[in-house]
Design a protein around this ligand. Structure first.
Ligand SMILES: [Zn+2]
Length: 61
Protein backbone atom coordinates (compact mmCIF):
# COMPACT_ATOMS: atom_id res chain seq x y z
CA UNK A 1 0.00 0.00 0.00
CA UNK A 2 1.39 3.35 -1.02
CA UNK A 3 1.53 6.09 1.58
CA UNK A 4 -1.21 8.62 1.01
CA UNK A 5 0.10 11.86 -0.35
CA UNK A 6 -0.71 14.83 1.77
CA UNK A 7 -2.92 17.02 -0.32
CA UNK A 8 -3.43 19.75 2.22
CA UNK A 9 -1.71 23.09 2.21
CA UNK A 10 -1.94 25.98 4.60
CA UNK A 11 -2.57 29.67 4.10
CA UNK A 12 0.63 31.73 4.18
CA UNK A 13 -1.11 34.42 6.21
CA UNK A 14 -3.32 32.69 8.81
CA UNK A 15 -2.04 29.08 8.52
CA UNK A 16 -5.51 27.65 8.15
CA UNK A 17 -5.72 24.35 6.26
CA UNK A 18 -7.84 24.89 3.20
CA UNK A 19 -8.97 22.75 0.28
CA UNK A 20 -8.70 25.78 -1.95
CA UNK A 21 -5.96 28.38 -1.93
CA UNK A 22 -5.11 31.26 -4.22
CA UNK A 23 -1.60 31.93 -5.46
CA UNK A 24 -1.11 35.65 -5.06
CA UNK A 25 1.57 38.30 -4.66
CA UNK A 26 1.12 40.95 -1.99
CA UNK A 27 4.28 43.02 -2.25
CA UNK A 28 7.02 44.10 -4.65
CA UNK A 29 9.21 41.04 -3.98
CA UNK A 30 7.23 39.07 -6.60
CA UNK A 31 7.06 36.09 -4.26
CA UNK A 32 4.06 33.88 -4.80
CA UNK A 33 2.17 32.95 -1.63
CA UNK A 34 -0.82 30.68 -1.09
CA UNK A 35 -3.69 32.43 0.63
CA UNK A 36 -7.06 31.14 1.78
CA UNK A 37 -10.18 32.83 0.35
CA UNK A 38 -10.63 35.04 3.45
CA UNK A 39 -7.04 36.31 3.37
CA UNK A 40 -7.16 36.83 -0.37
CA UNK A 41 -10.02 39.27 0.19
CA UNK A 42 -7.86 41.24 2.63
CA UNK A 43 -5.31 41.87 -0.10
CA UNK A 44 -7.51 42.54 -3.09
CA UNK A 45 -7.15 46.32 -2.62
CA UNK A 46 -3.37 46.01 -2.23
CA UNK A 47 -1.59 47.84 -5.10
CA UNK A 48 0.85 44.92 -5.36
CA UNK A 49 -1.90 42.32 -5.50
CA UNK A 50 -1.43 39.84 -8.34
CA UNK A 51 -3.45 36.70 -8.90
CA UNK A 52 -1.52 33.71 -10.22
CA UNK A 53 -3.94 30.82 -10.08
CA UNK A 54 -6.00 28.59 -7.84
CA UNK A 55 -4.75 25.52 -5.99
CA UNK A 56 -7.30 22.83 -5.18
CA UNK A 57 -6.77 19.82 -2.93
CA UNK A 58 -9.06 17.57 -4.92
CA UNK A 59 -8.15 17.82 -8.55
CA UNK A 60 -10.07 15.25 -10.48
CA UNK A 61 -9.65 14.97 -14.21
ZN1 LIG B 1 -5.71 32.75 5.48
Amino acid sequence: MKPARVRQKTCANCAVISDILFRIQTDSSQTWLLFCPACRKLHQDNPFYRYGGTWKANKRH
